[in-house]
Ligand binder design. Structure first.
Ligand SMILES: [Zn+2]
Length: 128
């Protein structure tokens, strides 16, 4: 196995591009930027636009508590409804929030169980 070929394009300063030429083109191996510069520029513009479009959160949420997560989700719902959140972002948030909710629930349950065990004298100590 040889090393990856280097991109065969020249950069705007006249030096050779040194990125790996991972995409084979009729003009030789090219890096992602140089294989399809038009598409690259479009992707960059879309990224800037998407980042610029997200306004800061209205509330200050403690996402480690059920109450904070609830407030955060309420705001995310409202923003998705208003079209301020794109579907991809909203979907990712929904998945992550679901995981976080289960973690909060599990931690809460663990603490309540520990508390209960302590009250009835069933802590780890009594099992020895
Ligand atoms: Zn290149």
């Amino acid at each position: 196995m040889g090393a990856l070929p280097t991109c065969s394009s020249k950069r705007s300063n006249g030096q050779r591009c040194r990125a790996p030429g991972t995409i084979e083109t009729p003009d030789g191996p090219r890096c992602f930027t140089h294989a399809d510069p038009e598409r690259w520029r479009e992707a960059q513009a879309r990224g800037r636009e998407a980042r610029g479009k997200v306004p800061p959160l209205a509330g200050d949420y403690d996402l480690e508590t059920a109450g904070g997560l609830k407030g955060f989700i309420a705001e995310a719902l409202e923003r998705t409804r208003a079209g301020e959140l794109d579907t991809r972002r909203a979907n990712a948030l929904a998945v992550l929030a679901g995981v976080q909710a289960r973690l909060i629930e599990a931690a809460d349950f663990g603490e309540r169980l520990k508390d209960l065990e302590g009250r009835v004298g069933l802590g780890a100590e009594s099992w020895r």
